[in-house]
Design a protein around this ligand. Sequence first.
Ligand code: ATP
Ligand code: MG
Length: 218
Amino acid sequence: MSFLLPKNSGRPLTLGIMGGTFDPVHIGHLVTAEEARQQFGLDYVIFIPAGAPPHKDQKLISSEEHRYIMTMLAVVDNPYFTVSRLEIDRKSPSYTIDTVRRFFQIYNNELNLYFITGADAILDIKTWKDYGELLEICSFIAASRPGYSFNKLKSIFGPAFKKITKKIHFLEIPAMSISSTYIRRRIAKGKTIKYLTPEPVEQYIYKNRLYLGSGAIR
Ligand code: ATP
Ligand code: MG
């Protein structure tokens, strides 16, 4: 078990896990995680940068170590946030179901698990590996995100909608149309990214000259 993962202390922990590419992490992720933590009484939120995201072109994303370090820098001032290397240390593609199963294993099933996503990700859930099992074994917190409507879930799930909403909790967060793509594009164009991501992350991006090439515009 990673030394960064919180330990059980006599009662099952309630954890939120937030998966993502985090290329780079930004305040949209952080506000979502903090709001989820408070509203759902989570003991901790664990950010899990994806190793080899099945849905994204691997040549175009920043290295795992850069994404991991930036995520660490972003959470360092929040005692309830931590980062796991579980997916970046795994050499095969990162599927959420594998990560969730691994968490139950690590905590001997003494765990309440919430998977935190944005609205765009939850609308994709039917494409996730073993999504039926995923909805059985953990709950989802789906945060509002400009441009994506939860109403679509009704047509996606049809008659099963009522059942799945027992496991998907909707979370309204202050509308933030910020995305990692938006940040990468701004950097490539020489525009400021101040306040869009925590300052240490901004410094890290400049220090390592990330997102400057044409590959950043994707
Ligand atoms: P990219 O533009 O590269 O896709 P992203 O900003 O969508 O980056 P991801 O790493 O893809 O960030 O997302 C990780 C998780 O965070 C996903 O569940 C996504 O829906 C959620 N998320 C990202 N940005 C926001 C936001 N502004 N508001 C709510 N949820 C968000
Ligand atoms: Mg995304």
